[in-house]
Design a protein around this ligand. Structure first.
Ligand code: SF4
Length: 368
């Protein structure tokens, strides 16, 4: 299949013959900084000390650890609105970079370069809040996938401790941030939290808004539902997580309004008893298994993990596999919006694919 053909990754492609494909992400997170210009109720960044910005050499070391742990993706995370923060600017200058964007780009390139000719290249996923269009254009040849999380589509949360000190989390602002990667052709993962006090109506609103953007730009690689987990160092430390019923209801509503070509992911590693039901409701990804961060490693055996999920789903014709190949397939084969055809976006995509595969473009021999 070529990029010119229609994008069919998603629920439809997740069914091969009579078998469903259920994917998961094996993730290693590198927190670049805990600094953030805002404070969301469910986040502990504002109350956690920040690590030093990793250098290229440290990033190479992270790659090596992540590779040994058998992960498929390295998520680079930081707070929002920090590109003009004095400490951040001092840090990147010390490391030899002029701008925050230069630094992010070199980190992504480092991950791709360290992959060598791995059959399953680790994908750098940039989860660094908002960036301007020109910054995104600069990063485009080095960034296979962005994570731009909506958080919620309920603006009433702006008047509660959830988003009182995070005005950038209004639906309009979040959609603007999500639209930008689409405009310039960068594949993007998005999603919302379930259980932070949002209205049920907002689940459908989020799904419809994301679907509209995807219809226009075709850039949404995955929509993720993340059940709220109280974080001990956050303002919402004493709030309760959502019930199983809340989560099931959210999945039903989101799946109803979400474009069927967008894979729906639900973080289910804490709730394995729901997997069977979720598969029946059209969930095609069970979220990320967090193998480690730059401060902590978890013991992980991918074969054991897959067989435990398979056991949980015994009797259902489901194949469990890493999402790595389906993401690669999406990045390589999706249809760019018409205004980007024959533009620099296509050149940047070719450069990116060359960096991913370390050779001239080749199609990953895979689907979902
Ligand atoms: S914007 Fe992101 S990093 Fe900043 S407080 Fe909110 S969730 Fe945390």
């Amino acid at each position: 299949m070529t990029r010119e053909e229609n994008n069919t990754v998603g629920v439809a492609a997740a069914v091969t013959g009579n078998e469903r494909v259920l994917t998961f992400g094996a993730d290693y997170q590198v927190v670049l900084s805990h600094r953030c210009a805002y404070t969301c109720g469910y986040c502990d960044f504002a109350r956690t000390s920040s690590p030093h910005l990793p250098s290229v050499k440290q990033m190479q070391r992270h790659h090596s650890i992540a590779k040994k742990q058998g992960v498929d993706q390295i998520t680079l995370t930081c707070g929002m609105g920090i590109d003009t923060n004095f400490d951040i600017l001092s840090g990147i200058k010390y490391l030899g970079y002029k701008t925050w964007t230069d630094y992010l780009q070199i980190l992504c390139d480092t991950v791709l370069t360290c992959n060598g000719k791995r059959r399953r290249p680790l994908l750098p996923i940039l989860d660094c809040g908002g960036a301007s269009l020109s910054d995104l254009c600069q990063i485009r040849p080095s960034c296979p996938i962005l994570r731009v999380f909506l958080g919620s589509a309920d603006d009433n949360l702006l008047h509660t401790k959830v988003h009182m000190y995070a005005p950038q989390k209004s639906l309009a602002n979040s959609l603007k941030r999500l639209q930008m990667p689409g405009q310039i052709g960068i594949a993007t993962i998005t999603g919302i939290y379930v259980g932070i006090g949002e209205s049920r109506k907002s689940w459908g609103v989020a799904a419809r808004c994301v679907s509209q953007l995807h219809e226009k730009y075709g850039h949404i690689a995955m929509f993720s539902l993340v059940p709220f987990v109280p974080n001990p160092f956050s303002p919402m430390a004493m709030c309760l997580p959502p019930t199983d019923k809340d989560l099931v209801d959210a999945v039903k509503i989101v799946r109803k309004y979400l474009d069927p070509s967008i894979p729906l992911s639900v973080e289910l590693f804490d709730r394995p008893h729901l997997m069977r039901q979720m598969v029946e409701l059209g969930v095609s990804d069970i979220g990320c298994c967090h193998i480690g961060t730059n401060t902590m490693l978890n013991i992980f055996d991918s074969e054991e993990l897959i067989s435990s999920i398979q056991e949980e789903l015994s009797g259902q014709r489901v194949v469990v596999k890493s999402r790595n190949q389906s993401l690669l397939h999406f990045i390589h084969n999706r249809k760019l919006p018409t205004h980007l055809l024959d533009s620099k976006a296509e050149v940047d995509l070719a450069i990116l694919l060359e960096k991913i595969y370390h050779s001239a473009q080749q199609s990953p021999n895979c689907i979902a």
